[in-house]
Design a protein around this ligand. Structure first.
Ligand SMILES: NC(=O)c1ccc[n+]([C@@H]2O[C@H](COP(=O)([O-])OP(=O)(O)OC[C@H]3O[C@@H](n4cnc5c(N)ncnc54)[C@H](OP(=O)(O)O)[C@@H]3O)[C@@H](O)[C@H]2O)c1
Ligand SMILES: *[C@@H]1O[C@H](CO)[C@@H](O)[C@H](O)[C@H]1NC(C)=O
Ligand SMILES: *[C@@H]1O[C@H](CO)[C@@H](O)[C@H](O)[C@H]1NC(C)=O
Ligand SMILES: *[C@@H]1O[C@H](CO)[C@@H](O)[C@H](O)[C@H]1NC(C)=O
Ligand SMILES: *[C@@H]1O[C@H](CO)[C@@H](O)[C@H](O)[C@H]1NC(C)=O
Length: 327
């Protein structure tokens, strides 16, 4: 016979255990879609921007495992070398390289593209992954607001400068790491540079909406070339992206908030899955101009379907990346 005491001590063990199990399965569920198809990427040449940490680093690790030749296009040599050596050690793939690219400088983008073309005559996959979120008001070397400058304009120029190589290497793919935040975005043509009024969240959403608009406009321009371009949302991922948000970067944020959020966040490895899916899934060879999340196609926000805005933003982006003037 069980006594009351036994039941109480049994519950004392059972509840925490159930709670722990619940948290474990919640965390597991939140990891989202995974890309599990086996592919062999030997001989493929790939560029990943912002590859020294977070989602970008995990993307390179998996590409390296699958045999690809990968260029880590990053601004911080010390940080990138550390990541690069770890990846080589873990995968035994020595064809992983660091090349300097600061997306906050159009001159650096031009230099990177020119030097890349000198050493490689192929490019099969371009992954525009680097990003900055909710930073205080800052400007790039060319005077563009930082989030628009790095997340959109720097990648815009980079992609356009590499298009000839991508076309030559077709079938080839361009992947844009955008965000669900694009759904809150609004392209403010009267103040693209947020000079009159700066809201860190609105500027981030604007830059991520620009990614989706561009993806659709470029897909149109690339029809029939064998080059596809798609955008995606990686999920809510535990990376360094929150570094500029005081609430996340402080002691309270790092210890208390992170612990509370832990079951809901994706690991960087899970965060890289939709990028890998878009870059590698053989079934997507002819799919272009769409948006993915959790390794599936998703609808974009109505603002991202506006063809007129896409066209106007394209023209404005061509103008500013060549004249370096936003007005
Ligand atoms: N984490 C999320 O929940 C989430 C959600 C939606 C979308 N995203 C998107 O996912 C992408 C990757 O972000 P993450 O979460 O992996 O963040 P992260 O850990 O902060 O990584 C961002 C990367 O971008 C690089 N970068 C920033 N500014 C740059 C510049 N001017 N030139 C070159 N590289 C630059 C960073 O380099 P440094 O280390 O040198 O700064 C870093 O390698 C971003 O486009 C982000 O918007 C992330
Ligand atoms: C991938 O293909 C290359 C040749 O194209 C081959 O040498 C290599 O062993 C293959 N790797 C795997 C894991 O099958
Ligand atoms: C996404 O793709 C377009 C077209 O190539 C490019 O111009 C835009 O800047 C890209 N954005 C990002 C973050 O990759
Ligand atoms: C975030 O916190 C770290 C550690 O306290 C600090 O070194 C870093 O400068 C902070 N980042 C920003 C952007 O404030
Ligand atoms: C926008 O472009 C897409 C793709 O080219 C097309 O299917 C759609 O009908 C266009 N929308 C409008 C409102 O013109």
């Amino acid at each position: 016979m069980w006594s009351l005491n036994d039941s109480v001590s049994c519950l004392c063990i059972a509840w925490p255990a159930l709670f722990g199990l619940g948290i474990y399965f919640l965390r597991k569920y939140m990891q989202g879609g995974q890309f599990t198809k086996q592919t062999n990427e030997t001989g493929k040449v790939v560029i990943v921007t912002g590859a020294n940490t977070g989602i970008g680093k995990e993307t390179v690790l998996e590409l390296a495992r699958r045999g690809a030749t990968v260029y880590m296009a990053c601004r911080d040599e010390t940080k990138t070398e550390k990541a690069r050596l770890e990846i080589i050690e873990e995968t035994n793939n020595k064809n992983i390289f660091f090349r300097e690219l600061d997306l906050a400088s159009l001159q650096s983008v031009r230099k990177f593209a020119a030097e890349f073309k000198k050493e490689q005559d192929k490019l099969h996959i371009l992954i525009n992954n680097a990003g900055v979120m909710r930073c205080p008001y800052m400007v790039t070397r060319d005077g563009f607001e930082m989030q628009l400058g790095v997340n959109h304009l720097g990648h815009f120029l980079l992609t356009n400068l590499l298009l000839d190589l991508l076309k030559k290497s077709a079938p080839s793919r361009i992947i844009n790491v955008s965000s669900l935040a694009h759904t809150r975005g609004f392209i403010d043509f009267s103040d693209l540079n947020s000079e009159k009024d700066y809201d860190p969240g609105a500027a981030y959403s604007q830059s991520k909406l620009a990614n989706v608009l561009f993806t659709r406009e470029l897909a149109k321009r690339l029809e029939g070339t064998g080059v596809t371009v798609n955008a995606l949302h990686p999920g809510v991922v535990d990376t360094e992206l929150g570094r500029h948000m005081k609430i996340l970067n402080g002691t309270f944020g790092r210890i208390v908030l992170r612990t509370l959020l832990w079951p809901l966040l994706k690991t960087p490895k899970s965060g890289a899955q939709t990028t890998l899916y878009a870059a590698l899934d053989p079934d997507l060879e002819k799919v272009s101009g769409v948006y993915f999340s959790d390794c599936k196609e998703k609808k974009v926000a109505p603002a991202a379907m506006d063809n007129q805005t896409a066209k106007q933003l394209w023209e404005e982006s061509v103008r500013v990346t060549y004249t370096r003037k936003l007005d």
